[in-house]
Design a protein around this ligand. Structure first.
Ligand SMILES: [Zn+2]
Length: 501
């Protein structure tokens, strides 16, 4: 994983710039700009050349227009026209499109000229370009033996600089660094979610996450199987009992700020591989299930970010780490399990393991009486049938939080659709022999019913939000992310945490 500095420098119009240092220049102007705007912003020699070219190509300054051409044999020039109203999602998308076309052309040192514009647009664009550059720089884990040629080849990494026509560096610089921090955490999630299941086993995952957390100054605590047996966390243990090694458990990470009394608990599903267990998945459904721990990686990423950026909020992260395997000891349909909360669960389908491990982890987290619990999980296929892979699903036990979930999705550019939480969705989970059924056998709206199931394991009086990560594996590029996994949840989670003050 690369964590070198992507944001190189911020220049003001008064600063001398050696344009030879850049393989590409991007000019961002607003819709309605004219050739005159360009003349003011660019070096005289270049402006004439660029204007002639735009004339030849009959370039129109209309919304989202984007054109790249050769300024010289070694320099590209890209012009991007942004609409008057730019959403965070489309800003991320446009930034990715511009930068990825330059990266494909091997123009990796980029100078971005931001025309004078409203400060909110400047904020969006700074964040978007930095985030998109870091997402494009991401390299997936490689297990192939590199050839001699590949060993010496270094993948070119994008670096970007900004030129502003007014003196707003301090602000833009701060925004740029914040965007860098979040974007690297998103890449961390993408990276962990792509590691092979026999590489990132529960044991390795616990160690990797603990090491990163300790390095960041977080306090770590591990609830091992022995401790979970003592706590009577039967729902977590039902899944973990099938795993070949006894290394599963719940990893707790804590960040205590110097100031700030608000307490937020984060909970994440960390199934390092999901075969479905006794309800074994088939080929195409099982392939890719090494990413079933992505929710817990989002929790790790947010805890690291809180420490790095010194959020004035106490953050506790709970990563529920195990695997769901078919083995002699694996739990079965019709088993009845007693959860940590004391509620008995009738097992219907062992492939619905996420809600089992989360049930106990949510009880554990909500017993600390935080102001809010947020969980992240690649939980259901039905959320993908409902929304595709462009959005994630949001759920809460408080109606008033549903609009906050939507807002955080819009502001972060990681879009989340909020689903209803009416209690009649839980009727289908009435069991003849236990307190609750794990799920239905077939049909229904599993994403909403799963959320209802989870809500039953939150301690009384605690606010809770659940995010079903349907957009973790988008088929197409999504916002600033060129290729799955998206690492969805870091941007959204940060926004949500700061919105729910
Ligand atoms: Zn499953």
């Amino acid at each position: 994983m690369n964590s070198s500095q992507t944001l190189k420098k911020i220049y003001s119009s008064q600063d001398p710039i050696n344009l030879k240092n850049f393989q590409a220049q991007v000019l961002v102007v607003q819709k309605g700009a004219s050739s005159q705007t360009l003349v003011k912003l660019l070096e005289k020699a270049h402006a004439t050349k660029i204007l002639n070219f735009l004339k030849q190509r009959k370039f129109k300054f209309k919304s989202s227009a984007h054109l790249t051409f050769d300024l010289s044999s070694s320099t590209k020039f890209s012009i991007l026209v942004i609409p008057q109203k730019l959403t965070p999602f489309s800003s991320l998308e446009l930034s990715r499109e511009v930068l990825s076309s330059l990266k494909t052309e091997k123009s990796t040192s980029v100078l971005i000229h931001l025309a004078p514009m409203d400060s909110s647009l400047e904020t969006l664009l700074t964040d978007s370009f930095v985030s998109a550059a870091i997402a494009l720089n991401y390299l997936p884990p490689k297990y192939a033996t590199p050839s001699k040629k590949e060993k010496s080849k270094i993948d070119p990494q994008l670096t970007i600089s900004f030129k502003l026509s007014h003196s707003r560096f301090a602000r833009v610089q701060k925004l740029g660094f914040a965007a860098e921090a979040s974007a690297h955490k998103t890449n961390l999630v993408r990276h962990l979610a792509q590691r092979a299941g026999n590489d990132l086993t529960p044991e390795v995952y616990v160690k990797t996450a603990s090491d990163l957390a300790k390095k960041a100054g977080l306090k770590t605590e591990f609830f091992s199987l022995a401790e979970l047996i003592k706590l009577k966390a039967g729902a977590f243990l039902a899944v973990a009992q099938g795993a070949p090694e006894n290394t599963s458990g719940i990893l707790k990470l804590s960040y205590y700020p110097k100031q700030g009394k608000r307490k937020i608990a984060l909970v994440g599903k960390g199934i390092t591989f999901d075969t479905g267990g006794n309800n074994l998945k088939t080929g195409s459904h099982m392939f890719g299930m090494n990413n079933d721990m992505a929710g817990s990686a989002v929790v790790l990423a947010l805890c690291l970010l809180a420490a790095e950026e010194q959020w004035p909020i106490q953050i506790t992260g709970y990563m529920a780490i195990t695997e769901n395997i078919l083995s002699a000891k694996a739990y079965r349909p019709n088993d009845v399990i007693t959860s940590l909360k004391g509620k008995t669960i009738e097992v219907i389908d062992t492939d619905a393991e996420g809600r089992m491990v989360l049930a106990d982890t949510l009880t554990l987290a909500s017993r600390e009486k935080p102001d809010l619990v947020i969980d992240f999980a690649t939980l259901t296929g039905s959320v993908i049938r409902a929304l595709g892979t462009q959005y994630c699903g949001g759920y809460s036990n408080r109606k008033q939080l549903l609009s906050v979930i939507r807002k955080a999705g819009i502001l972060s550019g990681e879009r989340v659709w909020a689903f209803p939480n009416d209690s009649d969705y839980g009727r289908c989970l009435k069991s003849d022999i236990a307190d609750i059924k794990q799920c239905r056998l077939t049909g229904g709206v599993d994403h909403i019913e799963a959320a209802y199931f989870l809500s039953q394991f939150i301690e009384k009086g605690v606010d809770w939000i659940h995010i079903d990560l349907g957009a973790m594996d988008p088929e197409e590029p999504l916002a600033h992310i060129p290729k799955k996994p998206s690492g969805f949840g870091v941007r959204f989670g940060k926004e949500l945490i700061h919105l729910t003050k």
